[in-house]
Design a protein. Structure first.
Lengths: 429, 187
């Protein structure tokens, strides 16, 4: 369903002489129109679950804007970082607002992106021809995680310091070179000032790398257009609506809801998702009694700690690390693990239920990640980890073969407008 | 022109089995480029390793004369906590009496100390780098009277050996020497 708005003589005509002058030399206006304007057709049946892509983009911009301003006040030195953050909170004009918006903005970004990912999982948005679109999304998720982790280290509180220690120590699980890699990551023999400096440099760099990958993500999206709740391709012009004004206005409404939640966090519960220990300056000599990562890493933390036994000659620590990274890596292979020709979970009676089992599994792992690894929590985390990998590696390939999907509608517009004229449908699609 | 092309064809077929001079040049140029690019990357990568001033802080001197029997002190070495424990005769005996086959990372007590009453270990859990509790009398010591890591529950004995929990190794030993009877230099 790609259109070619740049064909000579076609595309929007502009009344304003200045716009015409610019457009003739630099076609930004027609580009914007074909990118997210009236020249970009989108499926007419997109639900509110399709709001979360644009919300993620807005969250990214908000993080960059607040982050750049915060960087003007922050001091990346082990002796001064904590105090400079307190100065931002107390002395810098609106510093409290910028910092709370930035720290809660990270949480909002992850909420929105996780919903976006599960939307894709339910409606099969990763299936052909959108495999690379999906894989670029997984790359963005990995970059977000790295960026968020390094950002959390910058205030140099107790949680910052010990999060940095525990996470960098994961690499010591690599056989033979692990210890050398960790020393290299630290730039010293423990997490210290060199570590803080490089994390700051990378925390500033990676968001712009994310912007670049988002550009590729959008280019891949525009190649075949959005998937939709029915998961079938568009067959005629009747199945589409112009992105502007239909989806610009729908996205704006979603943005309003997003902003209400965001404002509630920033203005009423700014520390709800944080941890009080991070208001204690970093102390390399003392570990807090209970360390937990930020909420958006809890399911992965639960997987990391679930493995308490060696398998053959592989130590438990290495298995935990492999599984934690594997839980993301497996998503790269999802387009080929799920063999079902039907995209949307709406028409997959068995998949639909297991999708919700997976959602509950991830929520449970998140809950377990916040609790100490003792007793029943360990057992549940092991069950949760086992189910996670079972779902992707065994269940989805099996369902692709065994499940009998319900019949698909013949077009997107049919359930809304009645049967489309036979002439405009192409049976080959 | 036709001649050259024909020559080239002829030489290709002549040397086809072993590869042509062009193939050779292509491989040599390619390999040189790869090695050159790797050599250019190395300064960037190595600059992230510990710098000279970080390495210069690598030794610490500790006076042990004020540490009474049963006391444990923490000193800083290379930015890391080092546990120095003045062990009681009972603790030494416990550490020496252990059957090595019961240990996760078997090591006799005398391989872990220079003088039996002084245990010097790096106070960092070998699991994921937390600082175990047990330096203060009111902290948990775990069932073996040594240290207990609050992060993931690793248990160490009075020789700093791993006895339970997820940690794979005994607490690491720093290099140290007794420069005087009651003074050690770590590093």
């Amino acid at each position: 369903m790609t259109t070619s708005p740049h064909a000579p003589g076609s595309g929007p005509q502009y009344d304003n002489a200045v716009i015409r002058w610019i457009e003739y030399r630099l076609p930004v206006f027609s580009f914007a129109d074909s990118f997210m304007g009236s020249g970009y057709p989108a499926p007419r049946n997109l639900s509110y679950w399709w709001n979360f892509g644009s919300l993620a983009g807005i969250a990214l911009v908000l993080q960059i804007v607040t982050g750049v301003v915060l960087a003007m006040h922050y001091v990346a030195h082990a002796d001064m970082a904590f105090d400079s953050v307190e100065r931002i909170m107390r002395d810098v004009n609106f510093g409290w607002l910028l910092r709370y918006a930035h720290s809660n903005g990270a949480s909002m970004f992850f909420i929105v992106v996780y919903i976006h990912v599960f939307r894709g999982l339910y409606y099969g948005s990763y299936k052909a021809p959108r495999e690379l679109l999906w894989m670029l999304g997984v790359v963005i998720l990995l970059l977000m995680m790295a960026t968020a982790f390094m950002g959390y280290v910058l205030p140099w509180g107790q949680m910052s310091f010990w999060a940095a220690t525990v996470i960098t120590n994961l690499f010591s699980a690599i056989p033979l070179v692990g210890e050398g890699v960790v020393t290299w990551l630290w730039g010293g023999f423990a997490v210290g000032n060199p570590t803080l400096n490089r994390f700051y440099a990378l925390h500033y760099l990676l968001p712009f790398v994310i912007v670049g990958v988002v550009g590729l993500h959008l280019a891949a999206l525009h190649q075949h257009g959005s998937n939709n709740p029915l998961g079938i391709e568009r067959k005629s012009a009747k199945d589409s609506l112009p992105f502007h004004p239909y989806y610009t206005i729908k996205d704006l409404f979603g943005l309003g809801v997003f902003m209400i939640v965001f404002a509630l966090l920033v203005f009423y519960w700014p520390n709800l998702l944080g941890h009080p220990d991070n208001y204690i300056p970093a102390n390399p000599m003392q570990t807090p009694p209970h360390i937990v990562p930020e909420w958006y890493f809890l399911p992965f933390y639960a997987i990391l700690r679930a493995i308490t036994f060696n398998i053959w000659f592989i130590p438990a620590k290495l298995i935990g690390v492999i599984l934690m990274f594997g839980s993301i890596i497996v998503l790269f292979f999802l387009p080929w693990l799920d063999g079902s020709p039907v995209r949307s979970g709406r028409f997959r009676p068995i998949f639909k239920w297991f999708f919700w089992v997976l959602v509950l599994d991830c929520v449970m792992l998140g809950y377990l990640g916040a609790h100490p690894p003792e007793g029943v929590y360990v057992t549940l985390a092991q069950i949760g980890t086992a189910y996670y990998f079972f779902h992707f590696l065994i269940l989805l390939p099996l369902l692709g073969k065994l499940e009998r999907p319900r019949p698909l509608p013949s077009s997107i517009s049919e359930p809304v407008l009645g049967r489309a004229p036979a002439a405009s449908t192409s049976p080959a699609e | 022109m036709a001649d050259t092309a024909a020559d080239r064809l002829a030489s290709t077929s002549e040397h086809g089995e072993e590869g042509t001079r062009r193939d050779f040049l292509f491989l040599v140029a390619g390999a040189t480029t790869v090695v050159g690019a790797a050599a250019l990357c190395w300064p960037l990568i190595d600059s992230m390793n510990p710098a000279a001033d970080t390495l210069a802080l690598a030794s610490t001197e500790v006076d042990l004369s004020g540490v009474e029997e049963g006391m444990r002190i923490t000193v800083t070495w290379r930015g890391k906590p080092v546990f120095v424990a003045h062990r009681t005769p009972q603790e030494i005996e416990e550490a020496q009496a252990v059957n090595l086959e019961d240990l996760i990372d078997p090591q006799p007590d005398d391989a872990r100390v220079i003088k039996p009453q002084w245990l010097v270990v790096i106070g960092i859990c070998t699991h994921l780098g937390c600082v175990p509790l047990g330096q203060q009398p009111n902290q948990p010591h775990g069932p073996y009277g040594g240290w207990f890591c609050p992060c993931h529950g690793s248990i160490y004995d009075t020789a700093g050996r791993i006895r339970g929990g997820p940690a794979p190794r005994n607490l690491d030993l720093p290099d140290y020497v007794f420069t005087e009877d009651n003074v050690i230099q770590i590093g």
